[in-house]
Design a protein around this ligand. Structure first.
Ligand SMILES: [Zn+2]
Length: 219
């Protein structure tokens, strides 16, 4: 799914929590301080804004306390973004790639990593890089997941200024939209700067953030 019904006024803010072995190596070597942007959580909590987090298993294992904080918020939903942010389609940006026959087990394992945290668990799944094809969708069918891309790409990975993010979101957001952002701090360093402006722009447009399940289900 890319978005919910275009009626009503709800939109979903979604935040991907990527983590690869390369990112873990950068943390260990001290090249990167954090891939968990706590300022985003501070802001969403302060303003009581609902959001949905697409978590990789490796991010959850690296940031159990942050995961607990997400799960403990009744306005936040938890969703699945693979175990190690690999691509299962072959060529997908510069992501590490894995064979498609490992996809189902990878996604099932990630649900098992997320499940103990409780909170608002979902069966939503987002492919890294949004890269999918018929074979990957077939492989996931037995898991009963809903594959969610999104219709508003903020472009926050490796952004160097916040204003283009705000414009990218507010120029395209409509009722039912699913906005894609990242909570990965070092790899999306402008997202927390952009977020207050995005929230203000949504208010001006009469759009209300809601958990993804409510946006996709809204009639
Ligand atoms: Zn991702």
């Amino acid at each position: 799914m890319d978005h919910g019904p275009r009626t009503g006024n709800k939109v979903a803010l979604t935040f991907d929590a990527d983590m690869t072995d390369g990112m873990l190596a950068s943390l260990r070597a001290g090249r990167v301080k954090s891939y968990a942007n706590l300022r985003i959580l501070d802001l969403l909590e302060r303003d009581e804004v609902p959001a949905t987090f697409f978590l990789t298993g490796k991010w959850v294992q690296r940031y159990p306390d942050v995961t607990r904080r997400i799960a403990d918020n009744p306005r936040f939903e938890l969703a699945n973004h693979t175990y190690g942010h690999a691509a299962f389609t072959g060529d997908c940006y510069d992501l590490p790639s894995q064979p498609v026959n490992e996809l189902r087990g990878d996604v099932a394992k990630t649900f098992e990593v997320i499940k103990p945290y409780g909170g608002r668990q979902t069966r939503y799944f987002r492919f890294p890089g949004l890269c999918h094809d018929a074979a990957t969708l077939d492989a996931l069918a037995p898991l009963g997941v809903t594959v969610v891309d999104g219709d508003v790409v903020s472009g926050d990975p490796f952004a160097t200024a916040w204003k283009p993010l705000v414009r990218a979101v507010l120029d395209h957001v409509r009722p039912g939209s699913v906005v894609i952002m990242h909570v990965t701090e070092a790899n999306a360093a402008m997202t927390d700067e952009a977020l207050p402006h995005i929230l203000a722009g949504l208010r001006e447009r009469g759009l209300v953030p809601a958990p993804l399940s409510e946006v996709l289900a809204a009639a």
